[in-house]
Design a binder for this molecule. Structure first.
Ligand code: CP
Length: 326
């Protein structure tokens, strides 16, 4: 079964069956154990992955670079802006050529709705090596796999009857991509969580993604609900995941989106709101967080926060995806 994933793209969790995602989670846990015990795990000796970034990154870049080194391989960091992509080189040419030089291509292209996912799928069409999505406009499947790993480490594998609140929160720093909340609402119902999505009316997610989330919930026999009230979403939640995102139609006018967001400065995750969730509820965020806006220091640094465990699991899940597909 492990060999069955060699060469498979990982562009959305939706492209992988539940069994395939289970395999990735199991390998992530095994790689975590080996890493922590200093056990070598050079599963990809002398293999090369190309990491192409159209946007900034701390966790994703470094989890992939450290991860491939620990697996015995090597990463090339490619900043799209300083490569020939910036001069208009086609996805076809880039995909064919990079895949002839190495063993995998990973891409972050997340800031323009309608572009990143399509670009990755075009690269994948021409590349004869696996393409891994390091965050696009639609999904952030490396992040949500690490989130699911973290949730299962805390609550166990049987998540039925537990509720995750995925909520918009205010942030003045920049119009953040839609892909994390979208990835969460697509993936979490498949693994048994009831999902509540909360956002102000202007901050809707992509229609196609909402349809997938609804269908996944229906198929899994769990609930998927959308509300416009952060308090209501937090009521009785086991997991709260409040973060900011932009307005799909305004990514080319980010200042306008940020002005609209200012109406909702009270959408912050603070100690009062955490009390609405269950006593044992956990606070999650993919990071970077806008401290003092999306979340108070008391919450993100408090006993319910699992953000560092969640960020650490980015390493183990990135390694599992590379080891399975490359
Ligand atoms: N969560 C996440 O993807 O972090 P980076 O943007 O730092 O990669």
């Amino acid at each position: 079964m492990v060999g069955a994933l060699k060469g498979k793209d990982y562009i959305s969790t939706q492209d992988w069956s539940k069994d395939e995602l289970e395999m990735a989670l199991e390998l992530s846990a095994e790689l975590k154990r080996m890493f922590k015990n200093g056990i070598p795990h050079r599963y990809l000796p002398d293999k090369t992955i190309f990491l192409m970034f159209f946007d900034k990154s701390t966790r994703t870049r470094n989890s992939f670079e450290a991860g491939i080194t620990q697996l015995g391989g090597h990463a090339h960091f490619i900043e799209a802006a300083t490569s020939q992509v910036a001069h208009g080189e086609s996805a076809k040419d880039t995909g064919i050529i990079l895949s002839s030089y190495g063993h995998g291509i990973a891409i972050r292209h997340d800031l323009v709705p309608g572009e990143g996912n399509a670009y990755m799928r075009e690269i994948a069409k021409w590349a004869d090596k696996p393409v891994i999505n390091m965050q696009c406009d639609v999904d952030h499947p490396c992040q949500t796999l690490a989130d699911l790993m973290t949730i299962r480490e805390i609550f166990g594998k049987d998540l039925r009857g537990r509720k995750i609140a995925v909520s918009w929160a205010y942030a003045p720093s920049y119009a953040k991509p839609l892909s994390v909340p979208q990835g969460l609402i697509m993936l979490m119902p498949r693994f048994g969580l009831d999902v509540v999505l909360a956002h102000p009316p202007e901050f809707t997610l992509m229609d196609d993604v909402l349809k997938i989330a609804e269908a996944n919930a229906r198929e899994a026999g769990v609930t998927f609900e959308i509300v416009d009230d952060m308090d209501a979403a937090f009521e009785g939640a086991d997991i709260v995941y409040p973060k900011s995102w932009g307005i799909e139609a305004l990514f080319h006018k980010p200042d306008e989106a940020l002005r609209i967001a200012e109406k909702y400065k009270d959408w912050i995750c603070d100690e009062r709101r955490m009390k609405l969730a269950k006593e044992e509820a956990i606070y999650m965020h993919c990071l970077p967080a806008d401290r003092g806006n999306e979340v108070t220091d008391a919450v993100i640094d408090g006993p319910q926060s699992v953000v560092y465990q969640e960020a650490e699991n980015r390493l183990h899940t990135a390694k599992a995806i590379m080891a399975l597909t490359m």
